[in-house]
Design a protein. Structure first.
Lengths: 168, 205
């Protein structure tokens, strides 16, 4: 595994995303195609990202650790910290092109595509857990509990872990 | 007292700058409490720098939040960078990022390391059979919220714009599933289509 390429793939994912999970589709495609990460490692890293404090975007650090150890985690940290610094350039530019319709359109198109692809990636992850009635039920339950905004993600995941252990 | 002093400073013209040490400590506090990700952390930041200390006005904060949405990568980091610069220049950016990330990154790595050690235990395996579907469920919720925000903006512009957005949303996933092009290509393509459509709207409006 070339660490430079590895770093660049993580950096690229982050550069072309507008949110912490926006890089999932790109990083997923790039790393699994090279056999540098498995579907399962993605699912695990995303789960850690949901449970741990901080932005959910830190899931990449967990993936870095799972796929390339401490070095991977360090590179992942760098790859997600550098792109947001561009906000300083965006701020300067923004004063001039703020209301330009093409700029708004580009940002929205990018966001829509990222969400559309994200749905497919999630379905792929679900397959790794097995498309059983039980896992579908847990998915729906987590979705429902999350939608109430009353139950913290960490509680939902703890309940799901419990369900995984108890329900056979 | 902190609050009062800050308010007095805010009413004068010179922007207030806390010491870098103080700034880092405040962000460290936010970092420790930032369980639950995005929305709750935005609320923590607002309380810490706007309502409790008055380091930023509400208007400045809202401006920074809007810009952070446009920054590449994690929006929360974009916001941290903007506020850090306001309050302490380049050094402010550094200590703010450090403070926010130090606790959460450390815990993320420790949790992953613990998981990597324990993953072969049967109990961990069966817990994971519950956790993965739940992660997907929470992810679907995130995706649905993002989609709703984007589609709401399109709906305000009329039916054409809404239909176009729905096609981009569904089409990009479909194109990827059918032909497996590079993801970046799909993202940039959708962005360009959006830009063209946006320009079209700008002309007719």
């Amino acid at each position: 595994m070339s660490l430079w390429l590895y770093f660049w793939l993580l950096l690229k994912g982050s550069l072309f995303s507008m949110s912490g999970l926006g890089n999932v589709p790109s990083v997923h495609a790039d790393l699994t195609a090279r056999g540098w990460a498995t579907e399962r490692q993605f699912a695990e890293a995303l789960a850690v990202g949901q449970v741990a404090p901080g932005p959910n975007g830190l899931w990449v650090i967990s993936l870095g650790y799972l796929t390339a150890g401490g070095r991977g985690a360090g590179l992942a940290l760098l790859a997600i910290t550098l792109p947001p610094l561009l906000v300083l350039a965006v701020e300067r530019l923004y004063r001039r092109v703020r209301h330009h319709p093409a700029v708004e359109g580009f940002v929205r198109g990018l966001g829509l595509a990222a969400v559309g692809i994200f749905f497919w990636v999630l379905l792929g992850l679900l397959r790794t857990a097995g498309l059983t009635p039980r896992s579908l039920l847990i998915t729906l339950a987590a979705l429902g509990l999350g939608a109430t905004r009353r139950v913290p993600a960490i509680v939902i995941l703890a309940l799901a872990a419990l369900a995984g252990v108890i329900v056979r | 007292m902190d609050d009062l002093a800050a308010r007095r400073r805010r009413s004068s013209q010179a922007p207030f700058r806390p010491s870098l040490f103080h700034l880092g400590r405040v962000w460290l506090g936010i970092g420790w409490q930032s369980f639950g990700g995005g929305a709750s952390t935005f609320a923590l930041i607002e309380r810490a720098v706007v309502r409790e200390r008055g380091w930023l006005t509400e208007a400045e904060y809202v401006h920074d939040v809007a810009l952070a949405q446009l920054s590449p990568g994690i929006n929360l980091l974009g916001l941290t960078i903007l506020i850090g610069r306001r309050l302490g220049g380049v050094g402010g950016i550094f200590v703010s990022l450090l403070g926010l990330l130090l606790p959460s990154v450390t815990i993320t790595v420790l949790m992953t390391a613990a998981y990597a050690r324990l993953q072969h235990l049967p109990a961990v395996q069966s817990a994971l059979r519950g956790v993965i579907p739940a992660t997907v469920g929470l992810g679907l919720l995130t995706a649905a919220n993002l989609a709703r925000a984007l589609l709401a903006a399109a709906r305000r512009e009329g039916r054409m714009s809404l239909c176009f957005s729905l096609i981009l949303l569904a089409g990009s996933g479909l194109v990827l599933a059918l032909w497996h092009p590079p993801v970046i290509l799909v993202l940039c393509g959708a962005g360009l289509l959006g830009a063209v459509a946006g320009r079209g709207r700008g002309k007719t409006a």
